[in-house]
Design a binder for this molecule. Structure first.
Ligand code: ADP
Length: 249
């Protein structure tokens, strides 16, 4: 059985007639942890939306687990944490537990147990009965990651997840992702602006600027002379320097 969980081939996308993605291709195996980086407006969120089938590509195709994403049953295998998570009205009439339950298929059994376990996993068990609109940014983020995890997804897609977190919550959040990535293993796609830290987490890097400028392992990125001439040695060093001694030399 193939271990390829996401495969994108020759993806193209335009908003009206403006091309924002061109010939984007990459593939991820089970347990990969991808850092998706690139300048503002380089097409990262658009690419995630195509992977999730929120948008249809104008060219090319994406397959998940070897098939095009067309069936809602496949959704249960994907957890998604969108970029904007701070837009809850303080009087939004749902508790944290109810929000987490939204991540379950309507037919899923043992809902309460799944919700409790998922909240406990992110250290938010005590928030279950609180209104989502009354939580702090960091607490809300944990509840939303619990929602993304509650169906035990095989792929986790996260769009700039750490912007709402203070440094301590951030470390524990990334620790949790690492644990899920290593133990289950969950395949992770993480969009981030945090080039100085991404190498601490992800094993693979996709640098997007409407097209793929680099896709491969961090070690290869850091050794690549083509990337040195593209970014300059200083920028490449910022991306690479925290990744550990094996790629520093
Ligand atoms: P990133 O996530 O890398 O910042 P996006 O995928 O959000 O990039 O955007 C890529 C380009 O597409 C940007 O130039 C952005 O302005 C444009 N864009 C994004 N969403 C829309 C939209 N709904 N309609 C028109 N243009 C859009």
């Amino acid at each position: 059985m193939s271990n390829t969980v996401i495969q994108a081939r020759e993806l193209g996308f335009s908003y009206n007639s403006r091309e924002v993605l061109r010939k984007v291709g990459f593939s991820l195996e089970r347990g990969d942890y991808l850092g998706l980086v690139g300048p503002n407006g380089s097409g990262k969120s658009t690419l995630l939306k195509i992977i999730l089938r929120i948008l249809a590509p104008s060219r090319g195709e994406v397959t998940l687990f070897g098939e095009p994403l067309r069936d809602f049953r496949q959704w249960a295998r994907i957890g998604y944490l969108p970029q904007k998570t701070d837009s809850f009205n303080p009087s939004f009439p749902a508790t944290a537990g109810e929000v987490v339950a939204l991540g379950l298929q309507p037919s899923a059994g043992r809902r309460k147990k799944a919700v409790d376990e998922s909240l406990a996993l992110v250290g938010a068990g005590d928030l279950r009965d609180k209104l989502i609109g009354e939580l702090s940014g960091g607490e809300r983020q944990r509840v939303l990651i619990a929602r993304a995890l509650v169906g035990a997804p095989e792929i986790l897609i996260l769009d700039e997840p750490s912007s709402a977190l203070d440094p301590e919550a951030r470390e524990s959040f990334f620790g949790l992702l690492r644990e899920l990535n290593e133990s289950r293993p969950v395949t992770i796609v993480l969009v981030t602006h945090d080039l100085g830290n991404i190498g601490r987490y992800a094993g693979k890097l996709l640098y997007l600027d409407r097209e793929v400028l680099f896709f491969g392992s961090f070690a290869d990125f850091c050794r690549s002379e083509a990337m040195t001439s593209l970014f300059g040695a200083a920028s490449q060093h910022i991306i690479c320097h925290r990744h550990g001694p094996e790629v520093e030399g």
